[in-house]
Design a protein around this ligand. Structure first.
Ligand code: ADP
Length: 190
């Protein structure tokens, strides 16, 4: 099993690179943003609650996100040759729970790979995505700023969590998609 956590702020390109990684290494992607958005589409009471936090640029609760990941790991663990976690874990609590969940399956995270991108570029990428995807939280400058701030306030602890386990790596996330992907592949294969 190969289990990778793809890390980085909103707009860093995690979703794009997760897609490349799962194709090349035949892994399953677990993107909490996507899982939350599908729950929202169902318009269940939980979906409505999630929509409210997402629109404000705030995180969904740890318990909701952890439950979603747990279900997906259980569903895929027999067939998958590994997972790429995209947008998860975002809090230390989530990181601890992920370790616990993987221990139960006999596996662990191999590497956390962070995509480094400076703030100005993040904001412009998110604004472009907002036009293409229609995601409301990508279309409001104040909300974008809030998300980047929340990320900065919680990142350190999650990064440190993996640094302590000697699993933290980062690549320059600026450049052509394929260039960034090559940097990631070198890390995965090193
Ligand atoms: P982005 O990379 O722009 O943050 P995502 O699709 O990964 O886009 O996430 C969209 C939103 O979903 C986040 O702003 C947050 O509200 C919510 N979300 C995603 N992952 C998590 C998580 N692990 N914990 C809590 N909330 C999350």
């Amino acid at each position: 099993m190969l289990n990778i956590v793809l890390f980085g702020p909103p707009g860093a390109g995690k979703g794009t690179q997760a897609k490349n990684i799962i194709e090349k290494y035949n892994l399953v992607s677990l993107a909490t943003g996507d899982l939350l958005r599908s729950e929202m589409l169902e318009k269940t009471p939980l979906g409505i609650e999630i929509q409210a936090s997402m629109d404000r640029g705030e995180y969904a609760s740890d318990s909701v996100v952890i439950k979603m990941i747990k279900d997906k790991i259980t569903e895929n663990k027999k067939s998958a040759s590994g997972f790429v976690f995209d947008g998860f874990p975002r809090t230390t609590k989530q990181a601890e729970s992920l370790d616990d969940l993987l221990v139960q399956t006999g596996y662990s995270i191999d590497k956390m790979i962070a995509l480094d991108v400076e703030k100005d570029i993040l904001v412009s990428r998110i604004e472009v995505r907002g036009l293409e995807s229609g995601r409301p939280e990508d279309q409001n400058r104040e909300i974008i700023e809030r998300r980047l701030k929340i990320y900065n306030n919680t990142t350190a602890s999650v990064k440190e969590f993996y640094q302590k386990q000697n699993k933290f790596y980062s690549v320059n996330g600026i450049g052509e998609i394929n260039e960034v992907f090559d940097r990631i592949c070198k890390l995965i294969e090193s």
